[in-house]
Write a protein that binds this ligand. Sequence first.
Ligand SMILES: [Zn+2]
Length: 240
Amino acid sequence: VELRLVDLSLPIYDRMPTYPVMPKTAITPHIGEQDLPFNLHQLVLCSHLGTHLDAPYHFLSDGLTVDKLDLRKCVGPAAVVDLSGKGPKEEIRPEDLYPYEEAIASCRRIILRTGWDKRFASDGYFSDHPAVTREACVWMLERRIVCLALDMPSTHVSEDAETHRLLLGPDAEVVLIEGLRGLDRLRGAQVVLMALPLAIEGCDGSPCRVVAIDGDVASLGASLNALALEDENSDLRGAT
Ligand SMILES: [Zn+2]
């Protein structure tokens, strides 16, 4: 059985564009007080730069922060929904998802492929992308999804707050992945998605390296949906 690893992440670079209200990206060689015998860079990155994850705290002041997420939501089978016919600001409605209902209900993770990433760094990428409607969010939540991944920078152009609050709200706590790249390289209708954020304490989101395993992933996906958590008493930060 041939399995392929596909990188779905936008490259991160100095002055990489982000929303106008967000911090400007800067990746610069670190100039210390003395010459160092190694290379070192300083990174100034928005928590929602490029391919990234939204934690509930992004829109809900008492929501989970990115370091507290259940990472099992970020790793597992995902249904790939082809919406490549959607144009600028065009609505994504429940009807668009009906043909994928069985796969969505079993995977509980959804990748929406619109092809909008082809416009990255050109006009309109942040302002004119297709729009996941509130009705589509409700429909997905009724299928008990745990993760929604998009190749657009956000869910909606004018109703981003409403749609984010639905998905990130305390009843759902969906892991939202935005800014994916190159979903046309996935061949399977289902893949294994892996999208892990940095463990930044108290943060609302994080850039992610996102990959998919493509191929015959049915048994692998089923195993991953039954993952247990490690001993909750373990403390990765060690004694302080
Ligand atoms: Zn975001």
